[in-house]
Design a protein around this ligand. Structure first.
Ligand code: BMA
Length: 339
């Protein structure tokens, strides 16, 4: 067996449960899922598709909160164990670089990534159509908006947790202004988080049915000594609508537009009541991962049925072995993504 190691900090306090006896899947759910129930705040009906990071002696997160008028915004939360969360009742007040109030019209599906000494929130928001919004913070008290990295329409973006070749690198999924019936993952680079270019195709939909319609990046890619471990969502269109599952791939460490391995099977698909039943049924939508490099443990945070947040576990070795065992690298994926 090819050993794999995460090149991430050790974080022994992340949520964890051992793989249940008899479980044959590569990931196993936290037994107390969902970890955030409905109506978590007076003005918020549902929290889902949210992102968490370790901070000081506990954890913080940015959470997609669906307000009672149906409009999503981003809320801040804290936790000592990354399972039980307390939220600020007011949505995050974003400011521009001059300190002026600059609120998005709506904001959803946030990711949260630490690069060097700064935390970046990346989300989907309106810019005359769905586009990517971004803000930075060092203390989680003030969030300063950065320029929107991409033109509309784009709905799904996440930063790599370090610069590659001297540049910041972002994965995103260009789309349309509806419930997009297509979509591949692309990569863009920036020297300063202001100007973006060197766009590359990373990976596309496949003939694997569960991801045949569109795919989109999940949490920030996890650095390992075998490449970047990427969890992503894959969508199939059924006679009853879209079904969102979770897939996994390994990207080249220095040139992440090249996919090295890609799993033919989904690694998690809706099957529990909180994934199959909710505001939008049949959705598992990954947005964050906590990792402990010493034990190889991974706790993946995912939105469930656009209604809840769930946690699912694996180890880096377990998921890597599963990807390799079911490798279905497409010829296109292995290229550098230029045309
Ligand atoms: C996508 C996004 C996600 C959502 C999913 C399922 O287009 O809007 O926020 O979880 O649809 O409704």
């Amino acid at each position: 067996m090819d050993r794999i190691k995460m090149l991430t900090p050790s974080l022994p306090s992340i949520p964890w449960q051992d793989k249940p006896e008899g479980c044959t899947a590569p990931m196993w759910r936290y037994s107390e899922n969902p970890i955030i129930d409905r109506n978590p705040l007076p003005d918020v009906a549902r929290i889902f598709n949210s992102a968490v990071v370790p901070y000081e002696d506990g954890y913080v997160g940015v959470f997609r909160g669906e307000q009672r008028d149906g409009v999503p915004h981003i809320y801040f939360g804290r936790s000592s164990d990354a399972i039980h969360w307390s939220f600020e009742e007011e949505k995050i007040r974003f400011r521009d670089s001059e300190g002026r109030d600059l609120q998005p019209v709506y904001a959803y599906d946030p990711r949260l990534v630490k690069v060097e000494d700064t935390y970046y929130a990346i989300w989907c928001q309106d810019m005359y159509g769905a586009a990517i919004g971004m803000a930075e913070t060092k203390d989680f008290r003030s969030f300063t908006r950065l320029e929107n990295p991409f033109l509309p329409y784009n709905r799904n973006a996440v930063l790599f947790p370090r610069k590659i070749g001297g540049n910041y690198v972002m994965l995103s999924r260009p789309c349309d202004n509806g419930h997009t019936a297509f979509g591949d993952i692309f990569l863009s680079e920036s020297p300063d988080l202001m100007y973006w270019g060197k766009h590359r195709h990373v990976m596309g939909r496949t003939c694997n049915w569960w991801e045949g319609l569109k795919i989109g990046a999940g949490p920030a890619p996890i650095e390992t000594d075998k490449g970047w471990l990427l969890f992503y969502h894959g969508v199939v269109n059924t006679c009853n609508g879209y079904v969102y599952s979770i897939g996994a791939a390994i990207l080249d460490i220095n040139e992440p537009s090249r996919v090295l391995h890609r799993c033919k099977n989904y690694v998690l698909a809706p099957e529990m009541w909180y994934e199959e039943r909710g505001f939008v049924p049949n959705v598992c939508f990954p947005c964050a991962a906590l990792t402990d490099s010493d034990t190889g443990r991974i706790a993946l945070y995912y939105g469930c049925a656009d209604s809840y947040v769930g946690v699912v576990f694996t180890t880096v070795q377990e998921i890597y072995d599963y990807i390799l065992e079911h490798d279905c690298l497409q010829p296109e994926d292995g290229s550098d993504g230029r045309r």
